[in-house]
Structures are given as C-alpha cells and as structure tokens.
Design a protein around this ligand. Structure first.
Ligand SMILES: NC(=O)c1ccc[n+]([C@@H]2O[C@H](COP(=O)([O-])OP(=O)(O)OC[C@H]3O[C@@H](n4cnc5c(N)ncnc54)[C@H](OP(=O)(O)O)[C@@H]3O)[C@@H](O)[C@H]2O)c1
Length: 309
C-alpha cells in the first residue's frame, strides 16, 4: 500500500514507519520541517499520489506542565493541523482510510474509561485544551464519515514508553522523567524528588506493542474508536520501586512532594473492546519494557540533560 504518515519524526512515528516498511508498504514521512501542517496548502505537494492510508500522528504537545502553560497556542496549532489534514483528506485523498490518534486525557476524570464515554463530561482542567482538540478530531472524522462515507479509525493509546524517546530536553512523559530523576540521583548524586504522594496510578503501553495493535486495528476496524492499553495501572511508587531495583538506587532516598501538580489520580483504559477485536496480542512485560528503556536512557545519557521549562 501507499501510506502517508504525519508526525513521522515523533516517538510514535519512529516506531510506526519502520513497521509499515517491514510489511512492504511504500511510506511517505512528514514532519514539521518538510510539511508544516499549520499552513493550509502544506499538503498540496503530496496531492499527486493516491494514498491507501493516512496515519495522522502529528500534534503539538509535550508532557509535564506543557499543556497547562500553553493552552492558547495548543488550541490554535492543533486545530489548524487537524483541520488542514482532514480538509486535504476529504478534497484530495477521499479513497484513503485515515487513522488518527486520540488521548486518554480526553476522558473525564473518575469516569469508566470506555469508548462510549470519550465525549462525556469534562476532561481534567490542566489538559483541557489538548483533550478538547483531540475530541474535535474525533468529531471531524465522524462528520466526514456521516456526510461523505469517508473511512477512518481513531485509536486512543495509554501513555507510550520504550527506547528511542526524545533526547532534545523537552518535558518528558512521566515514566521517562521518573527514570531520569532516579538515574540523576544514582550517577550525579542529586536528591530525587517525585511529584505527588506516589499513590497516583498510571498505565503504560510499550510503543512497539502499540504499533502492532494500531496496524492490526487499521485492518480490522472501520469507522470506530478503540482504546489501546494494557488494562492495568500501577502507582508511581511501584514504578519507582521497579526502576530503583534496576538502577541500584535505594527507594528510601526518594522524596515525594505532595504540593506539586500530578494530573489525574488514576488513568486506566477499559480495553474490553480491544480484547474482543484482537484476542491474541503481544504484551511486553513492564519489567522488560522498563529494563530496555533504562538501558536506552543510559546509552543516550538523556538523564544528564534537564528538561526545558
Ligand atoms: N506519546 C504518548 O504517550 C501519547 C499518548 C497518547 C496520545 N499520543 C498521540 O500520539 C501522536 C504521536 O505522539 P508522539 O509521542 O509521537 O508525539 P511527538 O513525539 O511529540 O511527535 C509529534 C510529531 O508531530 C509533528 N508536528 C508537530 N507540529 C507539527 C506541524 N506544525 N506540522 C507538521 N508536523 C508537526 C512533529 O514534527 P517535528 O519532529 O518536526 O516537530 C512530530 O513528528 C500524537 O497525536 C499524540 O497526541 C501520544
């Protein structure tokens, strides 16, 4: 198949594009440098091709407090990106199936995180704008399908992790931040302070497992949204314990700062639908996934760079 991937240079795209090529597909990789999707005409140079699938991964965001401090820019940029991609798909590539990525942050805190509830209630305040742009992306897919029978899939991942994450000093997803802090404690002698009381729970999915799921769902599902997680969450304290064991750093030296922003108390996707569509799925164990991720952090020495604020 001919496949176009937006956000190909991102953490997910760097896993997806090689997997697509390994399946024998011809892949066009886009990023903000070769195709700035905030510009309405940015995709015109690609209109000459007829793509079978468009994987739309591009989004302007970071983890940590980024969404809290950039809501206005996030609204403008992500709305522009999504509108331009959907408009081009409709006008120039109506034959293509569009596969877009949602976010677990769009679910209202405290609700059952199953697909029927994706648009119900309000997302957590700190991630409100980012979450709402993802809900608008889902709304756009539904609207185009309703009027023009366009074909799509909307996949909602839990937090992705694994080797090959960013090394540019941006604000990191919690697990990379946790690993970096513990490595800094071990190798640089810094005090390790974790935000929150350690009891907030999080779910992780190994990036390459998510890629496997995404490719299988792209074949199996039509015009639907599907949660893609592992169905289990653990406390930050538990993640810290596993990392400490691997690094050789005493858990007792970690300090917890309950006054800092920690986001939702719990965030675990309901994966009943995923299980029914893909009963047999690969799942990298948390222990193996963390070991590989820590090894990658050590090889790339990412923990030595402090994140930009
Ligand atoms: N990582 C996670 O845990 C996670 C969880 C849930 C959902 N998601 C969603 O999954 C998708 C991929 O996530 P990710 O972690 O791979 O994100 P990422 O690493 O931040 O990558 C974002 C991608 O979007 C591109 N991009 C940003 N602004 C752009 C613009 N103006 N024009 C064109 N491209 C632009 C970036 O290009 P440059 O490299 O050139 O900047 C990059 O390729 C996103 O939609 C994200 O919201 C991710």
């Amino acid at each position: 198949m001919k496949i176009l991937v937006t956000g190909a240079s991102g953490f997910l795209g760097r896993g997806l594009c090689p997997a697509l090529r390994a399946q024998g597909h011809e892949v066009t990789e886009l990023n903000s440098k070769n195709c700035d999707l905030t510009k309405p005409a940015s995709l015109e140079p690609f209109s000459g091709e007829h793509y079978d699938r468009i994987f739309h991964l591009a989004a302007w965001t970071q983890a940590g407090e980024f969404c809290l401090t950039h809501p206005g820019e996030q609204w403008i940029i992500n709305q522009q990106i999504n509108t331009n991609v959907l408009a081009w798909w409709h006008a120039r590539q109506p034959q293509a199936k569009l596969i877009a990525i949602g976010t677990s942050c769009a679910y209202a805190p405290g609700s059952d995180l199953r697909e029927e509830n994706y648009m119900a209630g309000d997302p957590i305040e700190e991630l409100y704008t980012y979450a709402m742009t993802k809900r608008m992306l889902w709304t756009g897919l539904l609207a185009l399908h309703k009027q023009f029978r366009s074909s799509f899939l909307y996949a909602i991942p839990s937090t992705l992790y694994g080797p090959d994450y960013h090394t540019d000093g941006r604000q990191m997803h919690f697990i990379f931040d946790l690993i970096a802090k513990i490595l800094r404690g071990h190798y640089l002698g810094e005090t390790v302070v974790l935000w929150g009381d350690g009891n907030q729970k999080r779910e992780l999915i190994y990036r390459d497992d998510f890629v496997y799921h995404l490719l299988a769902l792209a074949d199996a599902c039509e015009n639907d949204l599907v949660n893609v997680g592992v169905g289990e969450e653990y406390t930050i304290r538990h993640f810290a314990e596993l990392i400490c064991e691997r690094v050789g750093y005493p858990l007792s030296r970690i300090q917890f700062d309950s006054s800092r922003y920690v986001g939702a108390k719990s965030k675990c996707l309901n994966i009943t639908k995923l299980r029914s569509i893909l009963p047999a799925r690969p799942q990298t164990s948390l222990e193996d996934g963390l070991t590989r991720t820590i090894e990658w952090c050590l090889e790339t020495r990412t923990y030595e760079r402090l994140p930009q604020s």
